[in-house]
Design a protein around this ligand. Structure first.
Ligand code: FAD
Length: 561
C-alpha cells in the first residue's frame, strides 16, 4: 500500500551485514552467532518483536558492541504490504516471510527465543516470557530475561472498537495466518454457494463479501478480491458470478482519506466502474451471525446487510502486554506508549519503544509554530509576508515533516498555494493560520502507523546505539532543537517517501515526494518494482517475482488446502 523507499537504506545496508561472518563465529543450534559471555561484560539489549521495527533495528545494529536477545512469538519477519496479495493467492504466504534465525545467524552476539513477553518489570530490569508452543510437555514454563536496555517493538493488534460480534464473526488482516484463513474462507464461500441444494438468496448471501474500513488495507484487499473473482474464479464458477457482491463500508465520507484528494477520487471512480459497492458515511453497530447492523450517518437510519464473509480492517489497537505496561507507568488513557523524540519511553529509563506500539509525544506543534512565527515577525505586526511565511514554514517542516501530508489531507490549498508561489505582497494573519492548524495539531501527535515509520525508527535507534560509546566519550552532542543544552543524539525525524494504493486490474495510484501524483497501469509497474526491491532478502525477492509471473501465466490457484 505505502511506498517503502525509506526501507532501502535499512535493507540495502543489511546486505553488508549479511555478507559479514566472523571467522571466529561458532554458531550453535540454540543460539546463533558468536557469544561473548565471560569474555567481556557487554551491555545487554533485549529486543521484543520481530516485525518491521525490530528487524530494522537488528539489521542496522552493530551487535559486536552488545549482547542482544530477541524475544518474539514469531520466528519470522513478514513483509506486511503484500499480505492482501496472500489473501487472493497472488503471492504465497511463505514468499513474504523470512526466518529470524537467518537474520540472527549473520550477526554476532545475538540470540533469539520464540516466546511472548507477558510482563515488563522496568524497576528490576527484566521481562517475563511465555513460550508459544510446548512439545511432549517440554518448554512450557515461563522464563525471565534480564536486560540493560529494553527495546519494545511488539506492534499492535486489530482494533474492534468494542463492536459486538466482531471478534466472533469477522476476519482480521494483520498476521500471515489471517491472510491464509481469508484465502480459505473465500474458496469455502464459492464451494458452498455451488452446492446443489441452495436457494438463490442463500447463494447471494454466501457470495456477499463485506470489507469494513476504507483505509489502505481494506481498499487493497477489496481490489485483490475483485481481481481473484473476475480473473480466476469466474472461469471456475461461471454460474455463480451474478451472485457475487463486494462491498466496502467506510465511516468517513471517502475511502483512502489519508491520501491526496485526487487519489481517493480516482479510487472511488475505479471501484464504481468495477462494481465494488462503496457505503460511505456508515458506522457498524454490531456484527451478527449472518448480518451486519450499521447506522447511516446522513439519514440516521439503521440498515442491515447480509454477508458471507466480513473482513474487519478499521485500524489498530493496543496489545494486552502494552496496555498492562502503560497502566503500570501511568499512561493508561492512551492507545500507544508515549515516547520522547529519542524514542525513550516517558518515565522509564533505558526503555525504548518504536513502531506501531509507540507514539512520539511531539512538542506541541502550535507552540512551535507560535515560536517560529514570532521570530519571523520582525516588526511585531502579527502579519507575515508570504516570503517570510514560507521561510518560517520551512523551519516548521524540518521539525514536522509530516505536516505536508496533513496540509494536503485537510485540503489547506490556500496555504499550499502560497508556499508554492510566495508573492511578497500577500500578508498572512498568523493567528488565523494558527487556528487553522488546530485540527492538524491533534493529528500530528501520532505519526502514521506504517512500516515506513517503524523501519526508520528501528534504523535510527540502532545508529544511536552504534554511536553510544563514541558519543559518551565526546559528550558535546547536537544542540537541542529548542531551549538550552545539548543532547547526545539528534532527535528522530521521520522522512515521508510517499505511498502507493494498488487498486486492482493492474492499476495503482501513488503519492510521490514533491506533490507528485501518479495513477494507472504505469504506476502498477512502479509498484511491482518498488515492492520487489524492498524485499527483505534475495530469497523472498525471487519468490515474490516468481509468484507474480506464475499468476500472469497460469492465474491464481483456488484449491482449498
Ligand atoms: P509488527 O511488524 O506488527 O511487528 C510486531 C512484532 O512483535 C511481531 O514480530 C510480533 O510477533 C511481535 N510480538 C507481538 N506480541 C509480542 C509480545 N507479547 N512479545 C514479544 N513480541 C511480540 N505499512 C507500510 O508502510 N506500507 C504498507 O504497504 C503497509 N501495508 C500493510 C498491509 C497490511 C495488511 C497490514 C496489516 C499493515 C500494513 N502496513 C503497511 C503497516 C505496517 O505493517 C505496520 O505499520 C508495521 O508492521 C509496524 O511495525 P512494528 O514492528 O511496529 O510491528
Amino acid at each position: 500500500v505505502l511506498g517503502l523507499t525509506a526501507l532501502s537504506a535499512t535493507f540495502g545496508g543489511s546486505c553488508v551485514l549479511y555478507a559479514y561472518t566472523s571467522p571466529n563465529s561458532s554458531s550453535s543450534l540454540i543460539d546463533s552467532g558468536k557469544r561473548s559471555e565471560g569474555v567481556d561484560k557487554k551491555k545487554r539489549i533485549l529486543l521484543l518483536g520481530s516485525g518491521w521495527a525490530g528487524v530494522s533495528f537488528l539489521k542496522s545494529l552493530d551487535s559486536t558492541q552488545y549482547d542482544v536477545h530477541v524475544v518474539s512469538p514469531r520466528n519470522f519477519f513478514v513483509f506486511t504490504p503484500l499480505l492482501p496479495s496472500v489473501t487472493a493467492g497472488t503471492v504465497e504466504a511463505r514468499s513474504i516471510t523470512e526466518s529470524i534465525r537467518k537474520i540472527v545467524l549473520k550477526k554476532e552476539n545475538v540470540k533469539f527465543s520464540q516466546a511472548n513477553c507477558t510482563g515488563i518489570d522496568t524497576a528490576n530490569k527484566k521481562v517475563l516470557c511465555r513460550p508459544v508452543a510446548d512439545h511432549l510437555d517440554l518448554g512450557k514454563n515461563d522464563f525471565e530475561v534480564e536486560y540493560d536496555y529494553l527495546i519494545i517493538a511488539v506492534g499492535a493488534q486489530a482494533n474492534t472498537f468494542n463492536t459486538p460480534g466482531v471478534e466472533k464473526y469477522c476476519h482480521f488482516l494483520k498476521e500471515i495466518e489471517d491472510a491464509e484463513k481469508i484465502r480459505e474462507s473465500i474458496v469455502d464461500c464459492f464451494e458452498l454457494a455451488a452446492l446443489p441444494n441452495l436457494s438463490k438468496d442463500e447463494r447471494s448471501q454466501l457470495l456477499h463479501f463485506v470489507i469494513v474500513g476504507g483505509g489502505p488495507t481494506g481498499v487493497e484487499f477489496a481490489a485483490e478480491l475483485h481481481d481473484l473473482v473476475y480473473e480466476d474464479l469466474c472461469k471456475l464458477y461461471p454460474t455463480l458470478m451474478p451472485f457475487v457482491n463486494i462491498v466496502v463500508i467506510q465511516s468517513g465520507d471517502h475511502i483512502l482519506n489519508t491520501f491526496d484528494e485526487r487519489i481517493s477520487q480516482f479510487a472511488e471512480q475505479k471501484f464504481q466502474r468495477d462494481g465494488i459497492e462503496l457505503k460511505t458515511g456508515c458506522r457498524v453497530l454490531e456484527v451478527q451471525k449472518n448480518r451486519i447492523v450499521m447506522r447511516e450517518k446522513g439519514t440516521g437510519k439503521k440498515v442491515e446487510v447480509p454477508y458471507g464473509m466480513v473482513v474487519w480492517s478499521t485500524g489498530i489497537g493496543t496489545r494486552p502486554v502494552i496496555a498492562e505496561f502503560m497502566n503500570q507507568i501511568g499512561q493508561h488513557d492512551r492507545r500507544a506508549l508515549a515516547t520522547d523524540e529519542w524514542l525513550r519511553v516517558k518515565g522509564c529509563p533505558n526503555t525504548y519503544a518504536l513502531g506501531d506500539c509507540a507514539t512520539i509525544e511531539q512538542r506541541k506543534l502550535l507552540e512551535d509554530v507560535a515560536y517560529i512565527f514570532a521570530l519571523a515577525d520582525k516588526d511585531n505586526s502579527g502579519n507575515l509576508t508570504a516570503i517570510e511565511f514560507k521561510e518560517a514554514f520551512e523551519s516548521i517542516r524540518e521539525r514536522y515533516p509530516q505536516i505536508d501530508i496533513y496540509l494536503k489531507t485537510q485540503r489547506m490549498k490556500d496555504v499550499l498555494k502560497i508556499l508554492d508561489d510566495p508573492k511578497d505582497s500577500v500578508l498572512l494573519d498568523i493567528e488565523q493560520f494558527k487556528s487553522s492548524l488546530v485540527k492538524v495539531d491533534a493529528q500530528m501527535k501520532a505519526l502514521p502507523a506504517t512500516a515506513q515509520v517503524a523501519a526508520q525508527q528501528g534504523e535510527y535507534l540502532a545508529r544511536c546505539f552504534n554511536r553510544w560509546s563514541v558519543c559518551e566519550s565526546k559528550p558535546e552532542g547536537p544542540l537541542r532543537v529548542r531551549g538550552d543544552g545539548r543532547h547526545m543524539f539528534h532527535p528522530f525525524v521521520y522522512k515521508h517517501f510517499g505511498q502507493f494504493a494498488p487498486l486492482g486490474g493492474e492499476q495503482a495510484a501513488a503519492e510521490l515526494p514533491g506533490d507528485w501524483i501518479s495513477v494507472g497501469r504505469s504506476t502498477q509497474w512502479l509498484w511491482y518494482s518498488v515492492y520487489a526491491s524492498k524485499q527483505v532478502s534475495w530469497r523472498t525477492r525471487a519468490l515474490v517475482i516468481f509468484d507474480w509471473s506464475k499468476r500472469f501465466l497460469f492465474g491464481r490457484d483456488a484449491s482449498r488446502m
